[in-house]
Design a protein around this ligand. Structure first.
Ligand code: CO
Length: 256
């Protein structure tokens, strides 16, 4: 049976972020298999922006239409963080297109269960040395989808391994920066290390987190009297995170 792989990301309009955070994940997953791998981005607006620059990236539906004539079995591995709206969208597309293939398999996001949450917390903890008077603030995306509960779950995972100095907030979900800032106030924290809890340190990290505008997390925390240091790198740039993706992908290919 002819088989193929699709590696699906949300996508980014920031080329440097793509090279640093998405490409290594695609590479690591591609190295796990000899099957041909295709790329898809789920964000229509990102694909539109890239198309204007002459960079064509297909949607999952488009890739599946192309593969329909070539493969009978397809393995789809998302690089998305959680089972949120984007993942639901992929599930719908897989349902629509499943008649085109003998078999079609959709893999898990990075955070698919409690073990993944704990594994990611450990990875971040290992890379974040404890420092007197310092706290780490992770900026997640956040969503109105119930999968947003992955963020407070991450916070619990940090607390359970004794890392009260690592705080999790979100741009569009709960908890937000307000709650994080309140937590910082209750402790004797003087410096904050900000980093994105996202696959890609793209637009949100550059602007909402580290931007010079008055509403960025950096500016708002500085107004609270904190010294803020920003780390601009997505989770995809971390080898240990790529191992987590690889484990999910191997599990998906185990369907072979
Ligand atoms: Co967004």
């Amino acid at each position: 049976m002819k088989q193929a792989v699709v590696l699906v990301s949300f996508g980014t309009s920031v080329e440097e972020a793509r090279r640093r955070d998405i490409a290594p994940v695609e590479q690591a997953l591609g190295d796990c298999t000899r099957l041909p791998c295709r790329r898809a981005y789920t964000s229509p607006s990102i694909r539109r922006i890239l198309a204007r620059r002459g960079v064509q990236v297909q949607s999952l539906a488009e890739v599946l239409d192309v593969l329909a004539g070539e493969a009978e079995e397809v393995f789809i591995q998302p690089t998305h963080l959680l089972y949120g709206n984007e993942y639901d969208g992929m599930k719908r597309i897989v349902e629509q297109k499943q008649n085109l293939f003998g078999r079609i398999h959709l893999g898990k996001p990075l955070l698919a269960n409690a073990e993944d949450i704990q594994a990611l917390a450990k990875i971040v903890s290992d890379l974040s040395p404890r420092r007197e008077g310092n706290a780490y603030v992770l900026m997640g995306h956040g969503t109105e989808h119930f999968a947003n509960m992955s963020y407070p779950a991450m916070q619990t995972a940090f607390r359970l391994i004794g890392r009260e100095d690592i705080l999790v907030g979100t741009v569009e979900g709960w908890p937000g920066l307000e709650e994080v800032a309140d937590q910082l106030k209750m402790r004797s924290v003087g410096t904050v290390t900000l980093s994105p809890l996202m696959l890609v340190a793209g637009d949100h990290a550059l602007n909402d987190m580290a931007g010079d505008g008055p509403d960025s997390w950096k500016s708002r925390l500085e107004r609270e009297g904190l010294k803020v240091d920003c780390q601009i790198q997505g989770l995809g740039s971390l080898a240990a995170v790529r191992e987590l993706y690889k484990a999910h992908f191997q599990e998906l290919l185990g369907n072979l």
